[in-house]
Design a protein around this ligand. Structure first.
Ligand code: SAM
Ligand code: SF4
Length: 360
């Protein structure tokens, strides 16, 4: 009899909802990870694409209950890098051979912010050239703003839906945060010609395996090109994380769930880019490498200047707070070589799914 893992590996989107939930809870985790790794090797090889992550500001208009830099957290020292500093960071990423940069920040809307980001994008394209990938992760914006930024040189956009379960979403956000608006943003991004990425947090309070299976089906229904997801990690200064006890066993369980989610997503979707999120490394020093071995193919080394890193803490235990980008680069090279993977230098590392979508 063909096992569910073989069925999933043979063809994308081959599993029913029930089967997907069964795969997520597969008793032999190594077998699950190995099956997903084989599918990844078939589509992208034993290769990992890098995107240098610049966390350029922690000022946010929103108040998500789980996030350490939410508007309501008065314990955060707020910062916003100026345009020169962001362009310098992107230039460093380009010269380091990473091939792509991710610009991420708290969510700010309005003309001043739209014009600021547009100006930064034009300057990055001028110094790094059009072959250099630019991903944005700046939250919900109007379609006009998304279009403006796309025209200024951004190629990809990452907007996590956080959970596909609307009721759970409502419990994790204030009443004026809308799941539907976030979902509609994914459509707008698509219309503007971005490679579109979404994702969820896993291990949220009240979230079930069924929810996670629905999350993966949501990725498929939205036909996204890239997935950036990771374990939820409580932050003590947030409504959701306050007073939550934390033990090494919790870290281990959350890591395993994150890896299972990567593997099941790879087995269901086959050819999308999947990032090994930094949150995995917060739970285990080798968490991101484990993510690559469970089916992820993208890593986002943090290149944010040291002086800001501690002020961009979404969750407790953020790694590499006192390491600069050059140290991270050397450390990553060693880590990738140790698991027998190759770094895709000086390449944008576009999603194979996006390429086949373009080819029709
Ligand atoms: N503000 C933009 C947005 O929300 O799309 C981009 C930056 S936001 C910090 C990036 C992601 O961080 C969110 O989509 C969320 O999934 C993740 N995040 C926030 N708090 C987290 C936590 N406590 N544990 C794990 N991930 C978290
Ligand atoms: Fe702001 Fe994003 Fe954090 Fe929500 S997740 S509070 S939008 S930075």
């Amino acid at each position: 009899m063909v096992s569910l893992l073989e069925k999933a590996a043979a063809q994308p989107r081959a599993l029913t909802h029930r089967e997907l939930a069964e795969v997520l809870a597969w008793p032999d985790a190594s077998a699950l990870f190995n099956a997903a790794y084989d599918v990844k090797c078939r589509h992208v090889g034993r290769r990992v694409a890098f995107r240098g992550l610049v966390e350029f500001g922690n000022v946010c208009e929103k108040d998500c209950f789980y996030c350490g830099i939410r508007r309501g957290n008065a314990n955060v020292r707020r910062y916003r890098m100026d345009a020169d500093a962001i362009v310098r960071a992107a230039e460093w990423v380009c010269k380091a051979g990473y091939g792509s940069v991710v610009l991420q920040s708290g969510e700010l809307t309005g003309e001043e912010n739209a014009a600021f980001v547009e100006g930064v994008l034009r300057r990055i394209v001028a110094v790094a050239g059009d072959g250099f990938g630019i991903t944005l992760s700046l939250g919900e914006q109007t379609e006009e703003t998304y279009r403006r930024w796309r025209e200024a040189g951004a190629h990809r956009y990452l907007l996590r839906i956080e959970t596909s379960n609307r009721e759970l979403y409502a419990r994790l956000h204030p009443a004026d945060h809308s799941w539907e608006r976030r979902r509609d943003c994914l459509g707008a991004l698509r219309r503007c010609g971005y490679q579109v990425g979404t994702g969820v947090m896993c291990g949220l309070p009240g979230q079930t395996t069924d929810d996670l299976a629905s999350d993966i089906e949501f990725f498929a229904a939205e036909d996204v090109d890239m997935i950036g997801m990771g374990p939820y990690i409580p932050h003590p200064d947030t409504p959701l994380g306050r007073g939550v006890p934390w033990t090494p066993a919790d870290a281990k369980d959350r890591l395993e769930l994150g890896l299972r989610m990567i593997a099941a997503t790879r087995l269901y979707l086959h050819d999308v880019n999947i990032a090994a999120a930094t949150a995995l490394q917060a739970l285990d020093p080798e968490g991101r490498e484990k993510g690559l071995l469970a089916g992820a193919n993208v890593m986002m080394p943090n290149v944010t200047e040291n002086q800001y890193r501690a002020d961009y803490q979404l969750y407790a235990g953020k790694p590499c707070l006192d390491e600069n980008a050059s140290v991270c680069r050397a450390c990553l090279e060693r880590r990738i070589a140790a698991i027998g993977e190759e770094i895709l230098w000086n390449a944008r590392g576009d999603s194979p799914h996006w390429k086949s979508r373009l080819d029709g």
